[in-house]
Design a protein. Sequence first.
Length: 238
Amino acid sequence: MTTPTTQQPPQQPVQQPPQQPSDDDLAAAAAAALAVAITVDAASAALAKLYSRAGVEGPALQGALQIVMSMPPEATGIAGPATAQVSYLNQVRRGQMVLSIGRRLTGDMRSARSNGKSALRALLDGVTRERRYFGMHRDAIWSRAKAAMAVDMAAMEHGLLLGWMTHRDDRVTPDCLAADGKNFRADQMPLIGFPGTVHAKCRCTPVGPFPGAPMLPSAGAPVPGARLQRRLGQLLGG
Ligand SMILES: [Zn+2]
């Protein structure tokens, strides 16, 4: 039995143009890569294809990863519901930083090229600038981690329902004053953040719950960190 030959080319699967990844996808993939990769090269290899589809050039991605990975989040040593939420949020923010830094560095290189200047020089200058910005960002990450530790310690003493206390003096801001005397849950971060993180010099602290006090609004339970890992699998493996 012979197979009839046909003039038709072998059937090809219909090639869909690759879908443009969304900013959320790109940031989530970077956050997941940062969580598992040990070296810049490994993280860069995991992200290169996805990021190049989004217009971020390879050297710019490398530069962004180098900056973010050179300043890892501080280990807090205390594990509790507040720390878990904040470390998840910090992981997401670090991923967003990789994306925004990668885009700005790509812009630096492109504008240098179009002006007949050295793209490498522009990249190095851009990395210096971004390092400075990221230093400030890292300080905010650290202060949120410290605030979360204080909440977890208060929760060990009082349970998950806690009270919010501020300093009622002439330096207090309206946001902190409005939260004073209300309650919140350690496992559901208030929309304004945990006490101590409302603004740069926030002096609010977690205390035992105020009986019958209203709750501060919160976005509800946090997204589990495992979702990031799943998303990375979909984005990079698929
Ligand atoms: Zn405050």
